[in-house]
Design a protein around this ligand. Sequence first.
Ligand code: CTP
Ligand code: MG
Length: 372
Amino acid sequence: MSVSAIIAAAGSGERFGAGYPKALIQLGDRTLLQHAIAALAPVVDQIIVAAPVGFEQQISQLIGDGITVVSGGSTRSESVRKALAVVTGEFVLVHDAARALASTDLAHRIISALQSGSTAAVPGLAEVDTVKSIDAQGRVTATFDRSTLRRIQTPQGFSTQVLRDAHESGKEATDDAGLIELLGGQVLVIDGEESALKITTPSDLNSALSFLGFNQSYRTGVGTDAHVFGEGRALWLAGLHWPDEVGVEGHSDGDVAAHAICDALFAATGLGDLGSNFGTDRPEYSDASGSTLMQQTLALVTEAGYVISNVTVQIIGNRPKIGARRAEAIAAISKALGGVSVSVSATTTDGMGLTGEGKGIAAVASALVYKQ
Ligand code: CTP
Ligand code: MG
């Protein structure tokens, strides 16, 4: 059996408010229309896109050869009717570009229902809210039995002849299945998909991004460290050796920037702190360099399922002067952390406190991470 697909993409996207047609809105790596096409292409023989008037050529160029573009109408039904005129398949799926994330599997299940003898099959989800109807004054006139209600989605599948008859009836409905119902035809509802939501507003786009795995839940952490200067010690700071500077006391290399960053990462991921991970019960880390500790921290954070979005560190002290080696410091920290985005800044404290008195160096770091 041959199956055609109509993608209704001719709306203006008023409620979304992008200032251009909704089908052309970008969702991740492609437009809503391209998502919809990619989902249906594997299971249909012909695709027809109803494009907004004036955007036909732009859309043709975007989606490439092999897909028919027709000019849409002023209502969704009219757009579908215009596309229906060039359908060649025995069966037809009618799909909204706005339901960009409906899956190939959903389209496949609709086609299976048609193959099993249904002349109209649509996806639907259970209603979770109580639905009431109201009068013009906002007073409730009826409460529906929620268990019998379904929220209907697309793609909707039809025998092409049945859908043509329905569209020729001249009746109006808010979806294609509705036209069939008005003529007394049977419509089968199969399980829909939460991800097949209709993208109407920017907040829906956000939900769609979440379905694609964007919009991770982010976590932040801060970390600080301070060490006092120690004559005769080499200075290591931000993963770099500073040859003409006085170093700081402490075991390890005393790299306060690296230590603050590790603490910020442990705080963000809830994995404890520098002491609990590399402290006295882990003697192998007692002389570890700042770079090694950052590498080890990255390994622990990754093992716990987190990805580092970025880290920042501010070095607080009268010396060394950071500016001239900022790019080097960023590169060294980023390398130790697997290439993440890093920023390094520096400040003095106006002669006050530990580092202002010139006794040592401190650092404050922040980290942003998300769960893989
Ligand atoms: N549609 C269409 N032709 C129209 C109106 C709508 O093909 N004249 C399509 C839309 O492109 C969309 C689907 O029908 O893929 C569902 O419509 P809707 O979500 O309402 O999209 P828009 O009409 O673009 O949005 P709005 O109502 O906010 O303007
Ligand atoms: Mg609309």
